[in-house]
Write a protein of this length. Structure first.
Length: 327
């Protein structure tokens, strides 16, 4: 008997404690699965909310990998990528809803652009408004804007003044939903396991660009992204992890001089944000809990940036990749 043809797309979904959201995401993919366009792999990252049991019971056609311990976003995603069979590999967050025809449009775009290594769709919020999901190639210039809190005044560095109505070659697209050629993934490797979560998509796009491939944004595919549903469960800790991942990215790709400049900028940013959020916790009662967590996180980022080399230097030796975050 002839072997079944490989699907065009392999949709790889890491999930941690997002049971209801994951169910909605999988329902949005059912027509594509039934049509044979894609296979779907869910890696449950040791959830405690019954997500794995829900997938097994309600979506038996889905390939489920239930982990006994949490590997983090990158570890779970790479496990799905290694087990995928499709010509194109799709990274998809569990807090998304894929609109009808979106994946087919992205696959068609990749087929029409032989130099495209990655393509990302138009992301929309639940209300249908545009989410900025792509940007220029990461580097120190963009971080000067971000760290000095100028990003609202100078949105052009993330294409904030572009209407996103047409396809465009960009520096990166977000891993909330992106499509990569299998050939490209095999050439440059999967997501960097040195990153627990955050910045893994930018780092991957940077490697792919440097290997000679293009990164594209294509609005023909539309995906609703609710945004940050897992990370909101512990967003103070996530802020600290995110900054550590950014240090890893800069240390790997931009050299130690640039890394130290990033540290200086981060000290300024963390000091500013800790004061801002500390003030919010005093004067805005309805945001007091959130503001206190954010202020505490930025105080921790400031302290660790100044005195904890294992936090900002991935070459510091054993323990440099540890992601322990004080409560």
């Amino acid at each position: 008997m002839a072997a079944a043809a490989a699907p065009t797309l392999s949709v790889c979904i890491p999930s941690w404690n997002t049971r209801a959201l994951l169910a909605d995401c999988l329902r949005s993919l059912e027509a594509d699965v039934a049509a044979g366009l894609c296979e779907v792999l869910v890696v449950d990252d040791a959830s405690s909310d019954g997500s794995a049991a829900m997938v097994a019971a309600d979506f038996p056609q889905i390939r489920l990998i239930a982990l006994p311990a949490n590997l983090g976003f990158v570890g779970a995603t790479n496990l799905a990528l290694r087990n995928a069979c499709g010509r194109y590999l799709v990274l998809l967050n569990s807090d998304t809803r894929v609109h009808a025809g979106a994946l087919a449009a992205l696959a068609d775009f990749m087929a029409s652009q032989p130099r495209a290594g990655v393509v990302g769709p138009r992301l929309e919020s639940a209300s249908g408004t545009l989410q900025l999901s792509c940007g220029r190639t990461p580097g120190l210039a963009a971080e000067i804007i971000n760290k000095l809190l100028l990003h609202k005044l100078l949105p052009f560095h993330r294409f904030g003044r572009w209407d996103h109505a047409g396809a465009r070659c960009v520096g990166w697209v977000t891993g909330a939903c992106l499509v990569v050629r299998r050939q490209v993934a095999e050439q440059v490797g999967y997501l960097d396991p040195g990153i627990f979560m955050f910045y893994e998509d930018l780092e991957w796009c940077l490697r792919i660009q440097r290997a000679g491939w293009q990164i594209w944004y294509c609005p023909a595919g539309v995906v609703t992204h609710l945004g940050g549903q897992s990370t909101r469960q512990d967003f103070g800790r996530m802020l600290v992890i995110s900054q550590r991942s950014q240090y890893y990215l800069f240390g790997r790709h931009f050299g130690r001089g640039t890394l130290h400049l990033l540290r200086l900028l981060t000290v300024i940013e963390a000091a500013l944000r800790s004061v801002i959020w500390g003030s919010v916790s005093v004067v805005v009662a309805r945001r007091r809990g959130e503001a206190r967590q954010r202020a505490a996180a930025y105080v921790q980022i400031l302290r660790r940036t100044l005195i904890d080399r294992s936090y900002w230097d991935s070459a510091a030796g054993p323990g440099s990749g540890a992601l322990h975050v004080e409560r």
